[in-house]
Design a protein around this ligand. Structure first.
Ligand code: MSP
Length: 507
């Protein structure tokens, strides 16, 4: 039995409507989750919303709503976006749910039992926007290093003895070389931990919107301790003997943006180890998007609404662009011109044209049925082998995950297939050697079938349409089915274009 696979997005703050950053993390996870499912793994794909803390409390107040009513409303927008993007999450967690409160309360008790929690007093800087504490020497011109405003906070607080975890964290990174990716990010984390860790304030007394500290309800838990625990709550913690927990913990992959790496790779493994739980197997940090070269911010008014992207370019093109344009892990720029280039060059010309030519020739010359191939020549075997060789290579890339690389590899074969059509010239064979034409078209249809199965994780709708046009039944679309070639002579539906060209509206 292949190992189960547990993948998570960060849970999103509900102070705001979803934007391209949220869409990006979720889509990348969706592609990985779909890939693993098609590959036969039992997948748990979790996303959700982070609903406590000062930032959300303030947003609720600004909206004139009670925090619970406010979070109910905004959390729904994240569910709606996931549905609009055809995200295949298996669960959606909210930190205001009872199952989550139960888990966090228990985790806290475990940290207390380990002797890692003590009562003290916090005096220092806090940024509500980042929901993070900053030391004096971290400030840049009186602001957080992220540019967020900070305020002075002085209040009684429980602390987590992070300082004592330094060596054990370093040992953990050392023993698990791939537990933080990309490697440049891993190096940043390791040098941060080497430079020494301060104990972490893990409770607040100056506001109420949070989970109360057990036995001391004057305190609510620090929102990051609360939020990180969602990954446990969703697999049944504190029931560590239950089937859910035993199948899915430790998580295989937390995908996060680079800004929240420290929380996931320093605090989180320390909390887990302190509670006697295994840390996640991997945390992958992706980069940030800019919009037409500019930093995205509400004050600049250039926030990208994912619903608008889908409306304008279509869902599959949006998914393709975001996952292909930028190496996963690097920063990237969203531009209309870049999007149109990808749609027209990669999708319409390369993939779309291949499909269109093959399916149209079959419809026209083979009576709307899959051609019956004669003996395969070496050149046929070479093309089929290139398509067959993709799966192990994609497995390696998607386990990083490097979806951009996976797509590049698929496009290499698309390019090879397009060159092969030209070289074989089936339109000429139609007159000179119809039997060979039938073989060539069958080889192309079979190549297309393999490609369409492999593009499902990235572009589920377009891939399904291609597979429909090839007459591939729903139960023969997973990766195990790659080994079963198309049946010759079965009837095909009429072909229809799958990747529209983007044409600028006339000015
Ligand atoms: N609530 C925390 C996460 C808690 S996880 C236990 C949080 N939420 S967030 O809504 O502010 O951000 C969620 C994700 O969006 C982060 O991974 C962040 O990196 C990502 N992005 C926000 N803006 C982004 C871009 N402009 N580009 C790409 N991703 C960006 O942090």
């Amino acid at each position: 039995m292949p190992a189960p696979f547990y993948i998570t997005t960060p849970i999103y703050y509900v102070n705001d409507s979803p934007h391209i950053g949220h869409a990006y993390t979720t889509l990348a996870c969706d592609a990985v989750a779909r890939f693993m499912r098609l590959d036969g793994r039992r997948v748990r794909f979790l996303t959700g919303t982070d609903e406590h803390g000062q930032k959300v409390e303030k947003a609720a107040r600004d909206a004139g709503l009670d925090p619970q009513a406010f979070t109910d409303r905004v959390s729904q927008r994240f569910r709606d976006l996931a549905a609009a993007m055809r995200v295949s999450n298996d669960d959606f967690i909210r930190t205001t749910e009872p199952r989550h409160k139960r888990a966090v309360t228990e985790l806290w008790r475990r940290l207390v039992a380990s002797g890692d929690i003590y009562l003290g007093k916090y005096a220092g800087w806090y940024s509500v926007r980042d929901e993070a504490f900053y030391a004096e020497n971290e400030l840049v011109n009186g602001r957080a290093p992220t540019g967020a405003p900070v305020e002075w906070v002085e209040e009684p607080s429980y602390f987590f003895r992070l300082s004592v975890w330094q060596e054990r964290l370093l040992t953990f990174y050392e023993a698990n070389p791939d537990c933080i990716l990309p490697l440049s990010r891993r190096n940043e984390v390791v040098s941060f931990v080497r430079s020494g860790l301060q104990d972490l304030s893990v409770s607040r007394t100056s506001f109420r919107w949070g989970i109360p500290v057990p036995d001391d309800p004057a305190h609510v838990m620090y929102v990051w301790l609360d939020a990180l625990t969602n990954y446990l709550s969703a697999v049944g913690y504190p029931d560590t003997e239950g089937a859910e927990f035993r199948s899915f913990w430790p998580a295989d992959l937390h995908v996060v943006g680079k800004d929240i790496l420290r929380f996931h790779t320093v605090y989180w493994p320390a909390f887990l180890m302190s509670a006697g739980l295994a840390p996640p197997r991997r945390v992958f940090a992706h980069g940030w998007w800019t919009n037409e070269g500019q930093k995205i911010s509400k004050s600049l008014g250039n926030v990208i609404d994912p619903h608008e992207l889908i409306g304008r370019y279509g869902l599959d093109a949006t998914r393709y662009f975001l996952l292909r344009e930028v190496p996963f892990g690097a920063d990237g720029d969203f531009s209309h011109a870049g999007m149109v280039r990808r749609m027209n060059a990669d999708l319409a010309n390369d993939y779309g044209n291949l499909a269109q030519r093959v399916l149209a020739m079959i419809a026209r010359n083979c009576g709307g049925r899959l051609p019956v191939p004669g003996p395969l020549l070496e050149t046929d075997e070479v093309l089929l082998a290139a398509a067959a060789a993709l799966l192990p290579r994609l497995r390696a890339e998607m386990s990083v995950p490097a979806p951009h690389r996976a797509l590049e590899l698929i496009w290499e074969v698309i390019g090879e297939a397009n060159r092969w059509v030209d070289a074989q010239a089936p339109w000429t064979l139609r007159k000179t050697d119809p039997a060979r034409m039938a073989t060539v078209l069958w080889v192309l249809a079979e190549t297309l079938r393999r490609l369409a199965i492999l593009t499902q994780p990235f572009m589920p709708d377009a891939s399904a349409k291609l597979l429909d046009q090839l007459g591939v039944p729903a139960e023969a679309r997973d990766f195990a089915a790659l080994a079963n070639p198309l049946a010759a002579d079965s009837p095909l539906p009429a072909p229809a274009g799958v990747f529209p060209r983007y044409v600028e509206a006339a000015a």
